[in-house]
Write a protein that binds this ligand. Structure first.
Ligand code: FA5
Length: 356
């Protein structure tokens, strides 16, 4: 050979190269190290290839043997590379499994479960009492016609009683028979809708949201809930009204609760009354909650006015009925001892979570 390199030299170099390559490979722990190694030893201009270039200088008969050995070395290095890559992947997986290990026996994060709003809780309770007394639950629209909210309830246009229920009007063309469109101020229009659609006898309760153009304070909201009640039949009397509302008060506030009926005025009933219950805080003795009267007002009621019966084509000579309307939040305030109605809709979860 021109530079004096013999086949034995090349074989020795090949063996040294293999040892060096195997030693380095064994130390690698990452894919990027391995890739560099592949280029350095097995790549096109890698060390093994360079060594093989020297083959050309060997005598012809020695070249196949040395060439074969070189290929064997190349093959072994390729195998070692594969084995190392597999080992690296195994190690990485084992590491990940350990660091991301999940203890399935640990208690989980509690899921936050919602709950019913105090208004819904009390509303359900109120409806439950009346359902047991044989009343059916019905609903009416919140956006209502003047005809149902006022006119058919014996409150004609310009009647001063309208001042009691100032509301928000909807921009819609008033019609001759239905008048303007507005947000209902009470659930009483549902009385009219039910009687228009159903021949007597009727016995219904109508829950729902009502609206008033009203400055809010501790006992007044501009949007709140009412439950309306209506019972019409032959010979329905004030005694039935008193019996039903007394049973209701006893069911909701306890048997010991005393119930008081005071004269009051609503254009759609005659006679009209306001119902109060004995204060559950002081048991009627007088305290801050009942403003030292011993009584708490819960609703308005009365015997359905004959003009209302006539307006829905019920014969007032044959049929009579009673009606009542209560504020749901006010009842919830009494039941739970809440002293400001504005807590209900201020979205304070700390307040809402107290009621189940
Ligand atoms: C009425 O709304 C009549 N429709 C009730 C009625 C029905 C009388 C059937 C006769 C026959 P009043 O405006 O008083 O009446 O309201 C009834 C109840 O709603 C009140 O007793 C009170 O509990 C509640 N309420 C009234 N205004 C508010 C308000 N701004 N915020 C919260 N609750 C209210």
């Amino acid at each position: 050979m021109a530079d004096g390199t013999t086949a034995a030299d090349i074989v020795a170099q090949l063996e040294a190269l293999e040892r060096e390559a195997q030693d380095k490979l064994a130390e690698f722990t990452s894919d990027s190290d391995v890739n560099e190694w592949r280029t350095a030893y097995l790549g096109r201009s890698g060390k093994v290839t360079q060594l093989l270039r020297g083959l050309g200088g060997l005598p012809k008969e020695e070249r196949p043997r040395v060439g074969q050995l070189a290929n064997t070395v190349k093959g072994r290095l390729a195998e070692a590379l594969e084995a190392r890559q597999a080992a690296i992947q195994r190690d990485q997986l084992a590491g990940a499994l350990q660091s991301e290990a999940l203890d399935v026996t640990l208690p989980g994060e509690p899921v936050r479960v919602g709950q019913l709003h105090p208004t819904s809780l009390v509303l359900n309770e109120i409806l439950g009492v009346f359902e047991r007394l044989g009343f059916q639950v019905v609903e009416g629209p919140e956006v209502e016609w003047d005809r149902y909210n006022f006119a058919m309830l014996n409150i004609p246009a310009d009647h001063p009683a309208r001042d009691m229920w100032d509301t928000f009007y909807v921009e819609a063309e008033p019609t001759k028979s239905f008048g303007s469109m507005l947000l209902r101020t009470h659930t009483s229009p549902v009385q009219v809708r039910v009687m228009e659609d159903t021949p007597p006898p009727v016995r219904v309760v109508a829950p729902g949201r009502v609206y008033r153009n009203e400055a809010t304070d501790a006992s007044h909201e501009a949007i709140f809930y009412q439950v309306e009640g209506l019972a019409v039949d032959e010979r329905t009397s004030m005694a039935d009204l008193k019996g039903v509302l007394t049973a209701f008060a006893h069911d909701l506030f306890g048997e010991k609760t005393r119930v008081r009926f005071n004269c009051s005025y609503f254009p759609f009933v005659e006679p009209g009354a306001e119902v109060s219950i004995s204060c559950h805080v002081c048991d009627g003795g007088g305290c801050r909650v009942c403003k030292h009267t011993g009584w708490l007002e819960i609703l308005g009621c009365g015997m359905v006015h004959p003009s209302v019966l006539e307006a829905v084509n019920y014969d007032p000579a044959r049929y009579s009925g009673f009606a009542f309307g209560m504020g749901v939040e006010r009842i919830a305030m009494l039941k739970y001892g809440i002293d400001d109605i504005r807590y209900f809709y201020s979205n304070d979860v700390r307040f809402l979570q107290q009621f189940r």
